[in-house]
Design a protein around this ligand. Sequence first.
Ligand SMILES: [Zn+2]
Length: 448
Amino acid sequence: MKIGLEVHVQLPTKSKLFCSCPTSSENGPNSAICPVCLGFPGSKPALNRKALEMGILIAKFLGCTITERIWFSRKTYFYPDLPKNFQTTQYESPVGTDGVFVVNGKEIHINRVHIEEDPGRIKRVGKAGAELALIDYDRSGIPLVEIVTAPDMSSPAEAREFLTSLMTELRRLIGVSGQEQTMRVDTNISVGTERVEVKNVTGVKNVERALKFEVIRQTKMLAAKKKIVRETRHFDEERGVTTPGREKEFEEDYGYIGEPDLGTYVITDMAAALQIPETPLTRAKRLEKEYGLPFATAKQLVATSWDLADLFEELAAKIGAEKAASWSQGALSSRWKGLQERMSAELRSTLIETVVAAAEGTMTDSEAKLRIEALAKGKEMTANAATDVDVEQLIAQLADEHPEVVADYKTNPKAANFIIGRVMKETKGLFSSQEIAEKTKKELESRN
Ligand SMILES: [Zn+2]
């Protein structure tokens, strides 16, 4: 089985690819449009430099060869979402070619990376048979990057992993909004010899569903000795099936012609000047090398949160990588959601102090864990808060409620642990275990 993907991701620029219309509008449909993105006669496009830079950065990150001189082409077709009757894209001169992206140790070849504009959005309303199509041109002209892979994936799960991993990288690389919905994918899949394309599938989960459906459909056809035709199909998200679309066109059918209103651009210097920032994958590799973490651990750490990985590096400098990893992977990671919501410079240094104290043995591990738990829940850790809780009263109350513990304590000092444990749990690390133990023993002894 061979699977190849054409991945379209919106580039997070403020303005569109060839005009200054904003890429997001709060004024309802068709409010962010102008003669350029509607393709009125005489309108002149101008290339958005930021979008070009993002496209090049992605190509560079994927290890592509950067094309020296690029230009744009008109891909001609008629559809209501495209009032110009052509989409401005790159055909002969993509920004990058011949790259690679490694997923779980397997190399997925990248054929090309190019930039293009998005067409408008069509919304169908009304009952079947009496449908109306509403068109919102706010989307036309929004910059997209298209990443085309070779048919190197061999299962729907592998395609899902490729897309998930790619999106994680792009989020850091160019600040893609991170919404699954911003990714649209054309998939090519052949179980036998003939290739079927499932077009315009939104989001990673749907890509996997559409591919799984195609695997079963094509396998059954082959088993029944039926011929699989080369065609374009659509994925019905609600029913989870693919349905035949028009017969597959060949690229030549689009009648590409060079876009005369835009120039050619020599991008070599721009590409050389662009620095690739550290991404989750490259950071995990560095953590593995620098701190000796197992790669899976490093990857998990970075995936949980970029800030948690920062905290890990800070802790590693103080208490060593092994202990820092254990705390980052354990207590900090499991409470990270709450901690992140409340994160401040003060909280950060309290966390570091706590873990360092536990690592150095001036606080027990369970105290440190309770303290982290309390911090994650937003409990005040100041002296004031501590005095607000009357520990002695709490101990007395527990002793009242559990006369059997009081009786047991006469012959078995370990009976006190029941009350100590309960008090520690309820005060969530506000007091040291030693302090609670002393107070509990005092109370229990006073009762005998
Ligand atoms: Zn415009």
